[in-house]
Design a protein around this ligand. Structure first.
Ligand code: ARG
Length: 468
């Protein structure tokens, strides 16, 4: 019988770390969640070792059987994680070797340095795909909202001051555009993550003729044509965490987009705006004030963007001073990356569901949109159509606004004579401009909020999002 080899510490060490040091250095309490990818990576590596003649078929069988047994145990919550074995990689390998001594051959020509980079890339690939699905669902929720309220007009705001009227749907479709850019940013990040590091070893590859392409193909690190994608420099392979930084950045952008949306929802749900009602399930009461219904879920979404931004800062700061190549500091990348992924995914899901449960207060929206000052620009355009230079038209309408304000009237309440007194170019037909629906129909150039254009965008998105 072969001698059992301890996995945790090499022959160089006489004693193990003391308890406090073990606690300080361990990562298994959080990197255990890489177990499935770690095992898949190990099985692919073992198959490759078998292929190049370094594992007999009996050994390969033992190793894959053992790894699958361990996977089942972890899945069923029966596996005992041991902090003294530091991380997920050593826990699994130790359990394997305990079962089958041939497990001691698994780490041939592999280092935890290329193993951990591999596991993280595999894990992140899956998370990105899942998040992309969730982003699509969020976009569908916006579309549902936009379609249901397609006739509702609200003031659009700049500087949080009423600016020009828009259809509610137009405002919502702006978010669909934002999240679509996030979707494609995730796509880019996925492609750069989808490169296999195994075979980089600890830093300088291996003297053993590994078949890196085989491993990459086994693990789905392939391009659109099915060609394996492997890292081209062993030092870069183990010390690159760009994929984590990139996800952290995309995650932060998504979180910021969600935060801006949350702010819109919070404002709209206030008594001052009163444009929407958020369903009870997404609000909470006050322990003191009986009348309160607070938009806590939107507020938490806004608040959680702070930690996602913080995660990105942690990752960037972690990397910035590290010499090539692997440094144990890297271990600190995991919690930030995990938190960023978890927080963003949870936020996207909860916001999508909340949007589906928002109802619009059409009367309040109509009241706000009936403010005729929203059509001041239309009035200037009217003068422009009569041949007046825009700067002059802007000045004339500004004077009319000032006059209305002084008389305590709304813009549409000034008489034609009063307009003419401001500027003789104003004609009898000017009051026709104060028809909100018509005013919106005139904004029919691409990207503008005319009903025909909003409808065109809805149809376009329904096709992209496969909504029937
Ligand atoms: N737990 C380690 C990490 O997360 C795994 C790699 C350890 N490598 C090493 N040379 N100590 O980075």
């Amino acid at each position: 019988m072969r001698k059992k080899v301890p996995v945790s510490r090499s022959g160089r060490f006489e004693s193990g770390p003391d308890a406090e040091v073990a606690k300080f250095t361990e990562s298994v309490s959080f990197d255990w969640r890489l177990w499935e990818h770690d095992i898949r990576g190990s099985i692919a590596h073992a198959k490759m070792l078998g292929k190049i003649g370094l594992l007999s078929s009996a050994e390969l069988k033992e190793i894959t059987t053992g790894l699958k047994q361990i996977a089942a145990e972890i899945y069923n919550g029966k596996f005992k994680w041991n902090q003294n074995l530091e991380d997920v990689h050593m826990n699994i390998e130790a359990a394997l070797t305990k079962r089958f001594p041939s497990g001691a051959k698994l780490h041939t020509a592999r280092s935890r340095n290329d193993q951990v980079a591999l596991d993280m890339r595999m894990w992140l690939r899956d998370e990105i795909k899942a998040l992309q699905d969730e982003i699509r669902d969020l976009q569908r929720a916006f579309l549902f909202f936009a379609e249901r309220n397609r006739d509702v007009i609200i003031p659009g705001y700049t500087h949080l001051q009423r600016a020009q009227p828009v259809y509610f749907g137009h405002h919502l479709l702006a978010y669909v555009e934002m999240f679509d850019r996030d979707f494609s940013r995730l796509e880019d990040c996925w492609h750069r993550t989808n490169v296999c590091t195994l075979g980089s070893g600890a830093i300088a590859g291996s003297t053993i003729p590994l078949d890196r392409e085989f491993v990459a193909t086994e693990l789905g690190f392939v391009d659109a044509k099915g060609k394996p994608r492997i890292t081209q420099n062993s030092m870069d392979g183990i010390s690159d965490r760009d994929f984590a930084l990139e996800f952290g950045s995309v995650g932060a952008i998504i979180a910021v987009h969600l935060s801006r949306l949350a702010e819109d929802l919070i404002l709209w749900a206030s008594s001052e705006f009163n444009f929407i009602k958020i369903a009870d399930a997404y609000t909470t009461g006050s322990s003191l004030m009986p009348q309160k219904k607070n938009p806590d879920i939107a507020e938490l979404t806004r608040g959680k963007s702070a930690r996602v931004i913080g995660d990105l800062m942690s990752l960037l700061t972690l990397m910035k001073g590290l010499p090539m190549t692997y440094n144990r500091d890297f271990q600190e990348d995991k919690e930030a990356l995990f938190d960023s992924v978890d927080t963003v995914r949870a936020s996207v899901r909860v916001v999508a569901n909340m949007l589906r449960a928002v109802t619009v207060n059409a009367a309040a929206c109509a009241r706000a949109a009936s403010d005729s000052a929203l059509l001041a620009t239309d009035l200037a355009d009217y003068l422009v159509r009569k041949g007046m230079p825009f700067r002059q038209a802007h000045h004339a309408v500004g004077a009319a606004v000032a006059r209305a304000e002084k008389q305590g009237k709304e813009l549409h309440e000034l008489t034609t004579e009063e307009y003419k007194a401001v500027d003789s170019s104003f004609g009898e037909d000017l009051h026709r401009l104060f028809n909100l629906k018509k005013a919106l129909s005139r904004r029919s150039i691409p990207g503008a909020p005319a009903p025909i254009e909003v409808q065109r965008q809805i149809v376009r998105w329904k096709k992209i999002l496969e909504i029937s």
